[in-house]
Design a protein around this ligand. Sequence first.
Ligand code: ADP
Ligand code: ZN
Length: 725
Amino acid sequence: MIQQARQILQDTFGYSQFRPLQGEVIKKVLDKKDSLVIMPTGGGKSLCYQIPSMIFEGVTVVISPLISLMKDQVEQLDEFGVPAIFLNSTLTPEQYQYNVSRLRSGEVKMLYVAPETLMMESTRRLLSDLNVDCFTIDEAHCISEWGHDFRPEYRQLASVRKDFPDAVCLALTATATPRVRDDIQQILEMRDSEVFVASFDRKNLLLKVADKENPTDQILDFLYTRPNQSGIIYCFSRRQVDELYGDLKHEGHSVRPYHAGLSESQRTNNQDAFIKDDARIIVATIAFGMGINKPDVRFVIHHDMPQNIEAYYQQIGRAGRDGLQADCLLLYSYSDKQKIQYFINQKEGSEKEVAEKHLADLINYLEYDGCRRIPLMKYFGEDYGKEECGMCDNCLRQKGDLQDYTEQAQKYLSCVVRTGERYGAHHVADVLRGSKAKKILQLKHDELTTYGIGMEWSKNQWIQLSRLLIRRGYLEKDPEHGSLFLSDDAKKVLKGEERVEGILDRTQTSTGEDSRPRTTSDVENKHNVHLFEELRKKRKELADEQDIPPYVIFPDTTLMEMSYYFPQTEESLLGIYGVGSSKQKKYGAHFLKIIRDFSEKNDIEERSQSIQKKVKKTSSKQKHDLVGEEYNSGKSIEHLAEQFGVKSVTILSNLKKYLDEGNSIDPAGVLEASELSQRKIDEVYASMKKVGPEMLKPVYEDLNKTVDYNELRILQLAYMAKNGN
Ligand code: ADP
Ligand code: ZN
């Protein structure tokens, strides 16, 4: 039977392999053994009952709490050519009757039903006439009071279940706590059931935490480099949602707001626009997300700190369900932490204790220096077992980024002491920088020994350092006045017993480095983006004609494979991910035509192994030639600096010389050395275009001195590399 399941996986759904545990679960269900399946969002729970339902003779009843999800599932199954219906309160009497008659005729494999509909006498009578082979309970945690989403009507499912002793029971959830797990098994009286727990690690999510400084700018920087992607931005309050929504809209982004203060119809409208790719971005409170099945959400941003790790993981879990890479960015600020602390302080007893623990776990995650998956997986009771994931900010950070700031920390901490521990970060920085501001002179802070001892750094750097010291617990900040004072641990730094290492600027949300591929998938990295866009357009057109979301037709992965393999025949199209026989029939011709036309126009053949090899030129070699060649072979500037034992600037000037002599170099690798956001980079480029890239001073002036010479040198090289010398 499992062979038959595999066949269905390939023929109907167009997938070549089971995801972890799917095969095992399906086998159990087909053997009529009760099972409880715990998988993270996007793990692939649905196929666990959808495939068996197509093998069973009778019908599979799927209990689902969310009406929007039911509709979405049925639409998707329809596209795969699987007969499924739903019964709930949104149907007109005619639709309802029609669905019932289809069910009676025995053609329907799956019935989706809301628990309250299931409990109705008429539904129970209807079901008693049918041959029910499987009872599936989706979002099974709703049955437990210990879950985050208890629904009393779920409790009664146990009694319905008894009406069908021959049906196998399959419970599915993404909530992993043992308490909830026990409740589900007990309440549903699952007979010697097996529990399947999948790993909670979502490998394709890139996890990033940045210091919140100018959140709107930071988010604009982030969005700038992701022009066609869908994403969700979570804010703490409705007001914040409205504000950010306004700002993003003003900047020309395709965006909609979502929160409980909007009318029901506005909310539905905005959600629909997001699902149908009419709006790219949703700015929302946590009210948004339940019942969203959109697989191609490419990023989730937290503008404010989430309530706890569980909520955070659930929210970022909405990204990248299709298995393609997705970004999760959290903007973290000390004052957000204090805000949450303030709410916790209003609580009492065990409730307060739990909240304190949740906050501590979250802070631990946010402050963590090593691979972020280690504390995250630990929270879910899983041992990550590796030291690096390669898909979080800490793992991706280059080794040289971590620096020793002990000396500056000592200066800063002493200056906080000298000024009486009564002032904020800005004032302390001003004193260190020897500012002649009125306030400083009035307070006679220009007479302190720490006055003017920090000229080597900009004010901004000192402020960043103060944040690092707060993060490390050496400094504390008065929640009301913002004044800084020392913790006990600070003494150890002042005495030189502890060193302060860290990263100063953690505000970047998007740097040149971001353009580097993070996955080894050639389909993801090297598909033809022009064809991909054409296919997307077609998909949207077909979706609108039928008023369904585009992803229901094909997920992005399918279109990417099409634009990588360039299938020319119906047969090779069937080999593409997500193309089953039903979709082939319905859409194959539309997409094939586009692929064929594109291939012909651009002289592209169906994917073969031919790889263009560049022939290297050799000539009399000087150092800069060597550097240039090594660089072109794929080494990073950092790597070369280490290899040649020189500073990065020297490598840059070698590369400049190499370029000036008429060679070409790849600009992308140069940009990796830059810390600027892509938006800023483009601003600099625009200026170079205007005043010419050869001399840096005019560019510096043109940009009102906002970009320093180090950065300009990098960008000059990148600009020249890009535009040919
Ligand atoms: P969950 O319910 O666990 O959140 P879904 O069942 O919605 O996850 O599956 C997430 C996505 O993964 C869907 O788009 C689904 O079609 C896809 N998927 C599921 N199983 C496979 C598989 N074996 N191979 C490829 N894609 C799969
Ligand atoms: Zn990591």
